[in-house]
Structure formats: structure tokens, C-alpha cells
Design a protein around this ligand. Structure first.
Ligand code: 25A
Ligand code: L14
Length: 337
């Protein structure tokens, strides 16, 4: 089998570390790794398999000879550097918000719209973590009867913000339990023992960008303007896995029994919905796992054709690193590099 030269931009970060672990786990056909990060981390060592690599500063020249580059260093880094990588013949899979809504850039969840990869021009965008887990669960239902409207509230883990936020939750929790004062740094307010209705920046009409992304990205992934998503995105003091309370309004009737049947046959989904055994999805259940967990499937008794679901997935895996690696696997399988 042919092996590829793979770069990870942001290799020291929360998502970058997960990408490296998943490449190993899934035996990705990699013959050479190019771990890139900011100047701050350049020179540090990193073990991957049985080899040791030196982290290098992510300069444009590093992409010469690289086949695939995963970007997980935030929007500014992607905006500056991804075009440089593409220019050098590298196929970029970008985790940031920089190119998602660019009409020439496919926005892909392999279980949902793998065919969009055929139109790529060197750059593929990985959707937002909250969008990914939601569309994996909604797509098979949408294929059965079109979803017209989605109302979703998210309960998002701090790991989406990166290692600094993980540290902030850990330290704040310990400090508060020890009756010490806390000073928020990453988030505007204390995150331990709290819930913040604020993810990413406030954008327009009182919505945050995170909330608007869920609407725009879902429309692009489903290639339909007929589906509308109204979101409230909330940060909770959980380290790993995002949860979502989702209400869908469908064109035709969709019973909970039918939804369970469809979802249990759909790729990437695990239905956990046995109330008599107290079985429902939990962030602790999804953490470190690849599936999107769906439960609490029940009818909206206040409206015609409404269905409630509780959707949980590991935000660093299916929400970011795993989806990106699956995109790469799909590119290779379909000869689209
Ligand atoms: O936080 P940053 O600055 O955006 O950095 C994230 C990653 O990108 C690298 C960085 O390497 C890290 O691997 N990076 C930054 N600038 C770069 C550049 N010019 C760059 N890579 C290439 N070229 P690092 O060596 O700077 O970071 C080492 C560790 O330190 C943490 N860190 C970063 N900046 C810091 C800092 N610590 C203190 N002070 C700072 N100013 C960094 O934390 C890393 O562990 P992190 O990596 O966990 O931050 C995660 C970033 O990724 C975004 N993100 C998370 N999930 C997603 C996502 N973006 C898109 N999709 C997702 N699903 C977060 O929003 C956050 O920005
Ligand atoms: O990919 O959780 O657009 O703070 C930006 C917000 C990633 C998660 C994105 C967070 C998100 C991040």
C-alpha cells in the first residue's frame, strides 16, 4: 500500500493530539509525519508509533512534499497558512471556521455528504463540532421525511476551546472546593459549577456565531435551504463530549418507533434508549468513543409532526479529529487526493 506524508498543524493542541492518536488507531497509511505548531513549541519532541519526531514551526515551506495536512490551530492560522499548503500541492482538511461557508470548499461529514468531496480544489472543511453530531443523527431521519425546522439547545464541553480551557475548569473546580477565589481567564465568567449561554462571539440578532454556524452549516451539508436550525449554545463544566436537546419538525409523520428503527441501522450511530433500564446517552458514555449516541426519542405532544432527541458525541473525536481523519480516508478510498 502506498504511504503518505501527513502534516498536523496544531499538533500540540487538544484536537491535534487527538488526530495523531486516531491516525495511529486506524492504521492510516502514513510513511512520514510532519508535526507543526507555533514557534513556542518548535523543537519539542513527539512520539508517534515507534518514531520520535521534532515539532517544527508551521511555515509555508514546511508543506512542500506533504500529501495531506490536517489543520487544527484555529481560524487565523488556517486563513494564513492553508492557501500556502494548497499552493504547494497539499490537500488540506481544515478544522477551523475559516473556509466552511466558502462556496468552493466542500463541508463534509462522511456519513452524510461524502459526494461533496468530488468537488474539492485542495481544501476540505470540517464542520463545527455541534453541527457534526447533529447532522449524523438527523440525516437518516431527513431522508425518511424532510426535516423543516430544528430547535436545539447544546450543552458543550470545555475541550472544544482547547487545552487552556481544560486547565481552567480543572483548576477552578479545585480552587472552589478549597474555598479559594477564582479569576476567569479563558471564559468571561467562572465555568466551574456554572453554565454560560455564550460560545464563540456574539454575531447578530442576539445570536452567537456558534448558534448561527449550526444553521448555515446544516443547510450547506444537506444542500438545502428548506431546513432551518434555531440554536442556543451553552457551555457547561464537562471536559469531554457535547450533548444536544434537539426538537425536529418533519414534513410527514415520524413516530419514535420508526425513528429508533431508522437510527439503529444508520452509520455512525448508537441508539441508547431503554428507559426501564435507565439507559440514555451521557457525556461520560461518549467520551473517547467514535459513535454519535441518540436517546430520549419521544413525540412532541404539543405539535403535529414533532420529535425530540438527545444527541451526545465526543467533541474532540467525531466533532473534530475523527471526522477529519474519516474525510482523509474517504479521499483515499475514492481516489480524490
Ligand atoms: O490556542 P491556539 O493558539 O489557537 O493554538 C492551538 C494549536 O495551534 C497551534 C498551537 O501550538 C496549538 O497546537 N498553533 C498556534 N499558533 C500556531 C501557528 N502560528 C499554531 N500552529 C501553527 N502555527 P502551540 O505550540 O502554540 O500550543 C501548544 C499548547 O499551548 C496552548 N496554547 C495555545 N496558545 C496559547 C496556549 N497556551 C497558552 N497561551 C497561549 N496563547 C495550546 O492549546 C496548545 O496546547 P490548544 O491547542 O488546546 O488550543 C486549541 C485551539 O484549537 C481550537 N479548536 C478546538 N476545537 C476545534 C478548534 N478549532 C476548530 N475546530 C475545532 N473542532 C480552539 O478554539 C483553540 O484555538
Ligand atoms: O470549530 O468550543 O468553529 O470554544 C469554535 C468554538 C470549535 C469549538 C469551531 C469552542 C468551534 C470552539
Amino acid at each position: 500500500m502506498k504511504g503518505y506524508t501527513v502534516a498536523v498543524v496544531g499538533a500540540t493542541g487538544a484536537v491535534g493530539q487527538e488526530i495523531l492518536a486516531i491516525l495511529r488507531e486506524r492504521d492510516f497509511p502514513l510513511t512520514n509525519l510532519v508535526p507543526l505548531a507555533s514557534k513556542r513549541s518548535a523543537g519539542k519532541k513527539l512520539t508517534f508509533g515507534d518514531r520520535e519526531y521534532t515539532i517544527r514551526e508551521s511555515l509555508p515551506s514546511e508543506f512542500a512534499g506533504v500529501d495531506i495536512a490536517f489543520f487544527s490551530a484555529g481560524t487565523t492560522v488556517s486563513k494564513n497558512l492553508a492557501p500556502e499548503a494548497v499552493k504547494r500541492g497539499c490537500t488540506v482538511i481544515d478544522n477551523s471556521n475559516a473556509f466552511r461557508m466558502d462556496p468552493g470548499t466542500p463541508l463534509v461529514v462522511p456519513e452524510v455528504n461524502p459526494h461533496h468531496l468530488r468537488e474539492h480544489r485542495g481544501l476540505i472543511a470540517n464542520p463545527n463540532c455541534s453541527t457534526i453530531q447533529m447532522v449524523v443523527a438527523l440525516k437518516p431521519l431527513h431522508d425518511y421525511t424532510p426535516i423543516k425546522r430544528v430547535v436545539v439547545s447544546t450543552y458543550q464541553a470545555v475541550s472544544g476551546t482547547g487545552l487552556e480551557a481544560i486547565r481552567e475548569l480543572r483548576e477552578q473546580t479545585a480552587d472552589i472546593l478549597a474555598d479559594k477565589e477564582v479569576t476567569p481567564a479563558v471564559y468571561p465568567y467562572q465555568i466551574a459549577f456554572n453554565a454560560l449561554p455564550h460560545i464563540d462571539v456574539f454575531a447578530k440578532m442576539g445570536y452567537t456565531l456558534e448558534e448561527l454556524k449550526m444553521d448555515q452549516e446544516t443547510k450547506k451539508i444537506f444542500a438545502s435551504d428548506e431546513i432551518a436550525v434555531n440554536a442556543t449554545a451553552v457551555r457547561i463544566p464537562v471536559f469531554r463530549s457535547h450533548s444536544e436537546a434537539v426538537l425536529i419538525e418533519t414534513e410527514g409523520k415520524l413516530t419514535p418507533e420508526k425513528a429508533r428503527e431508522i437510527l439503529s441501522q444508520a452509520p455512525g450511530i448508537q441508539v441508547v434508549d431503554e428507559l426501564d433500564k435507565l439507559q440514555y446517552p451521557l457525556p461520560t458514555m461518549a467520551a473517547g468513543q467514535d459513535k454519535v449516541y441518540v436517546g430520549r426519542i419521544r413525540e412532541d405532544f404539543t405539535r403535529e409532526n414533532g420529535l425530540n432527541l438527545w444527541i451526545v458525541a465526543d467533541n474532540l473525536r467525531k466533532g473534530a479529529a475523527l471526522n477529519a481523519v474519516q474525510i482523509a480516508e474517504r479521499l483515499l478510498a475514492d481516489n480524490l487526493l
